[in-house]
Ligand binder design. Structure first.
Ligand code: R5P
Length: 265
């Protein structure tokens, strides 16, 4: 692996081998998502606790101070919307020149395996990998399920992660699943991070799936709504960070969260 690629990966994945990515890219197909209406305001208090932020060029340019030194994972697939015909009908939306111009540490794009647009999204991935590898930029593949959240089972996720890695992704983002998540990670030769999906009912649930995902081999998270859609986003990100980088148990993370919440009150 060449120096540039190694250096960018080292900015994303910390010395302990773990990572906390904060995605705020949801507007690229959902519009002004709840609690992300003003992305700059959402991001600002959370940034110190994230290892990288994931977002589109539009939000980066307009809502993030260019003096920001946190690594940027640029979302470069899109072209579909929640009110359109099919969320899987995505293309590549950002050129390699633009990726370099905004000094991205990595790029991310979605693959929709098993969908009508499977072939298209997988070829998008290979094209992106070919362009980005020339410049030492890692591609993170997002194994997307669109509206079909019930697809989040080990067998399907393992298939998606493996295919994405085989086609050249340097990191894969997938969903956690309760049954046999370790099979998803074991079948994937590149690091796996987990997304949260729609906001769940309690903090405890988030701490438990993050902890369990790590125990089963994920290197960290790319977790958005279950941080910034909650009532105490700073408490959430700090508690999740403690699980990832300080080996906190869910119980210890909950205690830390309660402590931060009490300080705010
Ligand atoms: C989809 O909107 C994006 O790929 C998100 O970055 C990804 O789903 C992670 O965010 P969340 O934890 O909110 O699902």
């Amino acid at each position: 692996m060449e120096w540039g690629m190694k250096n960018r990966l080292a900015r994303l994945i910390q010395k302990d081998g773990k990572a906390l990515f904060l995605p705020v890219d949801h507007g690229y197909f959902q519009g002004p998502t709840h609690k992300l209406e003003k992305p700059g305001e959402t991001i600002e208090p959370l940034l110190p606790y994230a290892d990288a932020i994931m977002l589109t060029r539009g939000v980066l340019r307009n809502c993030v101070d260019p003096k920001n030194t946190k690594p940027v994972i640029l979302r470069v697939s899109g072209g579909a919307s929640v009110v359109g015909e099919n969320l899987a009908n995505e293309g590549l939306i950002t050129s390699i020149t633009e990726i370099l111009r905004v000094n991205a540490s990595a790029v991310s794009m979605s693959v929709f395996i098993g969908s009508k647009y499977e072939h298209q999204s997988l070829l998008n991935l290979t094209k992106l990998v070919d362009s980005c590898e020339d410049y030492g930029i890692p591609v993170m593949a997002v194994t997307a399920v669109g509206r079909e959240l019930e697809k989040r089972k080990a067998r399907y996720l393992a298939l998606c992660c493996r295919i994405a890695a085989e086609l050249g992704a340097r990191v894969v983002k997938t969903y956690y699943c309760e049954q046999e998540f370790h099979k998803v990670v074991e079948g994937c030769p590149v690091p796996v991070v987990i997304a949260g999906g729609p906001k769940v009912d309690s903090e405890k649930e988030v701490f438990e799936f993050v902890y369990d995902g790590l125990q089963q081999g994920a290197i960290g998270v790319n977790l958005g709504r279950n941080i910034w859609q909650t009532e105490y986003p700073v408490g959430m990100i700090r508690a999740i960070r403690a699980i990832i980088h300080e080996n906190y148990t869910p119980k210890e993370a909950q205690n830390l969260f309660e402590q931060i919440r009490a300080e705010k009150a």
